[in-house]
Write a protein that binds this ligand. Structure first.
Ligand SMILES: [Zn+2]
Length: 478
């Protein structure tokens, strides 16, 4: 695992960004490993499932207020990947901070549907500088106010969402990287309300009779939500510049014996964040660690097969790409499965197993398991039993709690399988200081810990592949 990870997480692989040179090099490296173990290509001389992607280049929308044309990335900004459309509105609903439910209750259904909504960014403070948002409505660290607000606005059918940014210059500087990066999508986005971040001057041009500053002061004093119906002609025009590109999932298919039509899938994402100038995001833990674990598992099962102990069910070892861009590779596979989903018993997904999180700083003998009992109590039991018999790792189920604000269950490739009703286990060490930073380097990997977790996946997969009865789907937990 160390040898493979020193290759895949080296600067030469340029951070393995989906669609770019480093990702292609990684795909080739992984398929060469599969080949060297004696795994044949799954079809027509290839290990690849190649899928099409739309690279949406960063082009700001055109925004006009009362016939005055404003300038993108100066007066306002928007992230790339909005759906192409032109939205013209004669009224704008200004909903203050747009956090409190009350704001939306008055504007349900027909009132909001198809309208342009304007909301202030951040949260309201009282004179003493304390937030006046009800505690229960304060979002977690991961779910930002933006997300809470914009999802609600989309839910009620807004046509466009204008978010008033306190400091436009800072907003543009803080988001420079995202504003200059292309968006990557499997399909062209469905018509969805665009989010445009506008300056206070633009908001004032919409309000006319009052100013943003005055309203902020008013909310701070009264502590009450506010809504204003402003008569203003706002046009948002979005035209995209799209390049068609391709990316690859790598498939190592080890055929089973007497129950070979049934399939266990073991996934990890081999893509990462790429590079910015000379800074390479090597992603040794995320998810170089899972990728080399899958390579090793493929080798172990192939070796067993050569020695006459091949699995009864087939096993698909599938490092996927596109995860960092929105779980794209696994989404493509589950929409275009090579082997029927109804014969797919489960997905064991490994994403980050080489490091320690803060909670376990002093104890490397742990792994978070996520989702193991959500669809199949039998899968959970198989996993528990494998650990008890062979590995004795502390299995931490903290993140199975639906109330946990990190929502990790929804954030890696297994989720695309779970969505299709296929039981999953997500193996994860939690986040750490180097998560999504250029400092996620191979020197910091704990290979002893990684090996132990990989063995747990091995014993679990072995039982799932060889037991008489296929595990059944017997629950549907959130
Ligand atoms: Zn990851």
């Amino acid at each position: 695992m160390s040898r493979n990870l020193h290759v895949l997480a080296s600067d030469e692989y340029e951070g393995r960004e989906t669609g770019k040179k480093g990702q292609k090099m990684a795909a080739e490296y992984i398929s060469n490993q599969f080949k060297s173990f004696g795994i044949p290509p799954y079809k027509d001389n290839t290990y690849y499932q190649t899928y099409p992607l739309n690279l949406i280049l960063p082009v700001p929308a055109d925004v006009t207020i009362n016939k005055k044309k404003f300038i993108g990335n100066k007066d306002y900004y928007n992230f790339p990947g909005l759906s192409e459309q032109t939205i013209t509105s004669a009224n704008v609903l200004f909903l203050g901070y747009g956090i409190e439910e009350e704001n939306y209750n008055d504007y349900k259904g027909a009132d909001v549907k198809g309208k342009t909504i304007m909301i202030l960014s951040g949260e309201p403070y009282d004179a003493a500088g304390k937030s006046i948002v009800t505690k229960s409505k304060q979002p977690s660290t991961w779910t930002t106010y933006y997300k809470v607000k914009t999802e609600k606005a989309k839910d009620v059918g807004a046509a466009a969402i204008l978010i008033v940014v306190n400091d436009m210059e800072k907003g543009i500087a803080d988001n420079k990287h995202r504003l200059e990066s292309s968006a990557l999508k499997l399909n062209l986005p469905q018509k969805e309300a665009p989010i445009i971040y506008i300056s206070k001057e633009m908001a004032d041009a919409i309000l006319k009779k009052t100013t943003t500053e005055k309203i902020i002061a008013k909310i701070s004093k009264s502590g009450k939500p506010l809504k204003i119906k402003a008569k203003a002609n706002v046009v948002v025009d979005i035209k995209n510049n799209i390049q068609k590109i391709e990316a690859e999932n790598v498939l190592g298919y080890v055929e089973g014996t007497d129950i070979k039509e049934e399939l266990i899938i073991i996934t990890a994402h081999y893509d990462h964040l790429g590079k910015e100038g000379d800074v390479v995001y090597n992603g040794a833990d995320d998810d170089g660690s899972g990728t080399v674990a899958v390579i090793n598992l493929a080798q172990a099962f192939t070796q067993a097969k050569k020695e006459g102990h091949g699995p009864r069910r087939s096993i698909l070892f599938m490092p996927v790409s596109g995860e960092e861009k929105g779980l794209l590779g696994s989404a493509y596979y589950t929409e275009n499965p090579v082997y029927p989903l109804k014969n797919t018993v489960c997905d064991l997904n490994i994403d980050m197993i080489g490091r320690l999180d803060e909670k376990h700083e002093k104890n490397s003998n742990y792994v978070y398991l996520i989702g193991s009992d959500k669809l199949s109590s039998q899968l959970h039991n198989v996993s528990e039993q494998a650990n008890k018999t062979y590995t004795n790792i502390e299995l931490d189920y903290t993140f199975d709690d639906e109330k946990d604000k990190n929502r990790f269950y929804y954030r890696s490739d297994h989720y695309n399988f779970a969505k299709k009703g296929i039981p999953v286990i997500f193996y994860f060490n939690g986040v750490h200081a180097d998560y999504h930073k250029e400092t996620d380097e191979v020197q910091k990997i704990d290979f002893v810990k990684m090996e132990k977790i990989t063995r747990l996946v091995f014993f679990t997969a072995w039982e799932l592949a060889n037991r008489n009865q296929r595990i059944v789907v017997d629950s549907n937990k959130k």
